[in-house]
Ligand binder design. Structure first.
Ligand SMILES: Nc1ncnc2c1ncn2[C@@H]1O[C@H](COP(=O)(O)OP(=O)(O)OP(=O)(O)O)[C@@H](O)[C@H]1O
Length: 255
């Protein structure tokens, strides 16, 4: 599977949000998307998920224009977890997990044995078995994020698109959530593209990092190639020191 953005742009009215963005995500890769607030990360992820059409350029899934792929086919192949997904109803966690299976069955069909097996396996993998009977609305922020990741795994997608999945999580939940995603990617050869604010988490968990600033890609490569003191200074306007000590560490200095 290759998900590819070719020179895409996105405008809202007269305002240009994204310009000339090229980006490729392939099987087995965890790609981090970083950039300051308002740089266009969420907008880009929605275009990559096929929820919006680019104003210019195109997004291809295995060479086919995502705009010509039906919503249902796209949902079988791409799972999208938005920032703090909310719902009007108050479903149980089991209902949320069941939603992940809907792209794989005919409308109104009830869950198959295979659906139940996938849900049980994913609930075990994500350690939410004890929450299945709980109301989603009653969960903590960290538990909800975990359930949304489980829903994405249930979809058995070829690519997961995750918008700041570590937002509002304590440090242990942040690490365990990214551990889950990277382990799942290795195990299933799916791909993941993950918007992150924490540069050290991006360095630790991503095979490749794409840096967005002002709606453009300003760096794309390994963590060592992209998380440089110069790039961090110009994109985030902070002084940072990069320490390469059994992994890459970004130390941001107070001014
Ligand atoms: N539907 C929309 N209508 C108008 N402007 C929008 C819309 N969606 C996004 N924008 C604008 O596009 C810019 C980029 O927003 P986006 O949410 O993509 O950035 P981001 O990098 O994800 O930010 P953050 O890190 O704060 O979540 C912002 O200035 C935002 O106001």
């Amino acid at each position: 599977m290759i998900l590819q953005a070719h020179d895409i742009g996105w405008d809202v009215g007269r305002r240009t949000i994204l310009t000339g963005v090229d980006l490729t995500v392939s099987d087995g890769e965890v790609v981090g998307l970083i950039g300051p607030n308002g740089s266009g990360k969420s907008s880009l992820l929605r275009l990559l998920a096929g929820l919006r059409r680019p104003s210019r350029g195109r997004v291809d899934l295995d060479g086919a224009d995502l705009g010509s792929v039906s919503r249902r086919d796209a949902a079988r192949r791409i799972a999208f977890v938005e920032q703090s997904a909310v719902t009007d109803q108050n479903p149980t966690v089991a209902d949320v997990l069941d939603l992940g299976r809907t792209p794989h069955r005919r409308s109104w069909a009830i869950g198959s044995d295979r659906d139940r097996r996938v849900i049980a396996t994913v609930a075990r993998e994500t350690e939410i078995e004890g929450l299945l009977g709980e109301r989603y609305g009653a969960l903590s922020g960290g538990e909800r994020q975990r359930v949304q990741i489980a829903r994405a795994f249930d979809q058995e997608p070829e690519v997961m698109i995750l918008d700041e999945p570590t937002n509002h999580l304590d440090v242990k939940y942040q690490l365990s959530l990214l551990d889950l995603v990277s382990t799942h990617v290795r195990k299933t050869s799916a791909a993941a593209i993950v918007a992150l604010h924490d540069l050290n988490l991006a360095a630790a968990y991503c095979d490749r990092i794409v840096v967005l600033a002002g709606g453009r890609v300003v760096a794309d490569g390994t963590p060592a190639d992209t998380l440089t003191e110069q790039t961090i200074a110009s994109v985030f306007d902070v002084a940072a020191r990069i320490v390469d000590d059994d992994g890459l560490w970004v130390r941001v200095d107070r001014r």
